[in-house]
Ligand binder design. Sequence first.
Ligand code: NAD
Length: 303
Amino acid sequence: MTDPAMQGPVAFIGLGMMGGPMAARLATAGFDVHGADPVETARSALIAAGGKASTSAAEAAEGAQIVITMLPDGKVVRDVLLGEGRAASGLAAGALVIDMSSSAPMQTRELASDLGERGISLIDAPVSGGVRRVLDGSLTIMVGGESRDIERARPLLAAMGKAIIPTGPVGSGHAVKALNNYVSAAGLAAACEAALVAEKFGIDPGVLVDVLNVSTGKNNSTEVKMKPFILSGTYASGFSMTLMAKDLRTAAELAHELGVGEPGTQSVADLWRRASEQLGRAADHTEIYRFLATSDNETQQEE
Ligand code: NAD
């Protein structure tokens, strides 16, 4: 593996549920990581792992050759780099931005072009796997951008993920991520609805999940979400309802912009939008089960 010191200082903006442990992995692997997040506990976790941390993204990015962003969405990424945060103003020409957030692909293309005018390159490298797979370094990372920029980022990406898959030009990683989450959310909604129907029929939903997991109905949610987070009632997956709703909106907008008939993307996006409006910002995305259980009751009462 490349010597981490060869990369120079790396700024890491956004130290939340995902960015916090990702930045800590880089610091533990020997990279010179300077993080930024307004939340004090997020900063102290990175310092404990051997990194530096600031409240200001511009301060963290000052003199960095590579800036990683792991922020709620592409609007925040743009704002941090070129808007109020102005983190890009401290970057020299030749710097590389790696946006690992789940941003909207059309916005990413625009941001790459605007940064390009300053001599700064951007690749999009969103991730799949959640907090559990950050901790064991097995994230899947889908990467859009120029090959030379991807190769430059590879030592950092390899310290955080296992499968690093180039997807095409800039923005394509973000498109693939939104589409992945659409397929994942559709599978989760189907598994939750099936469990609710099973229960009403008098079948233990845990038995249904056991059968699905050795049958053709198996999917990621039946395997890693239904029992640990949903049937247990903990709803502690670490991925919020709000962020999932945002990704599904991105997938539905992409389908619409590209003129693809979108009954699936639109209806799944609508389901999560209604659930996040009803359950609020603090809800975990697996609470879609609670939402479906309630709407099921409401429908019955109306009849
Ligand atoms: P989070 O809300 O836990 O973290 C976001 C962090 O960004 C917060 O700590 C917040 O304080 C910080 N932040 C916001 N504005 C900032 C600014 N201007 N400067 C510096 N920091 C700022 O979210 P998360 O779950 O870590 O998700 C981050 C991204 O990763 C999102 O795009 C999400 O869709 C994606 N994602 C999340 C998961 C998951 O399982 N949680 C999985 C894959 C992808």
